[in-house]
Design a protein. Structure first.
Length: 97
């Protein structure tokens, strides 16, 4: 694992740490999973807690990532919905409008 991937993984873990500690205010923290980009060019660029989007009582978060090198700043944003067991179900769908 190269230095760029190592520092990137460290950044993701730290981001998740602050997100979880900010939203749950628990006495202890444990890592429930990791999310990584497919390659360095398609890396995750930002993780942001967004509160409880679907009003189910669990904190949700968004992750932005680049999709390629063709257009500068080209990318997508994915919304991940929180759950009681901490698992991430990327197949859940919500309607924004």
């Amino acid at each position: 694992m190269g230095p760029k991937k190592t520092s990137f993984l460290f950044l993701i873990i730290i981001s998740l740490y602050f997100f979880i500690s900010e939203t749950n205010a628990q006495d202890s923290l444990y890592l429930v999973g990791t999310i990584t980009g497919e390659s360095y060019e398609k890396r995750i660029t930002k993780v942001k807690g967004v509160g409880d989007i679907n009003d189910d009582g669990y904190a949700d978060f968004m992750i932005s990532k680049r999709t390629g090198k063709k257009i500068k700043d080209e990318g997508i944003v994915k919304l991940y919905l929180g759950s009681v067991d901490g698992n991430i179900d990327s197949d859940k769908k919500i309607s924004l409008f």
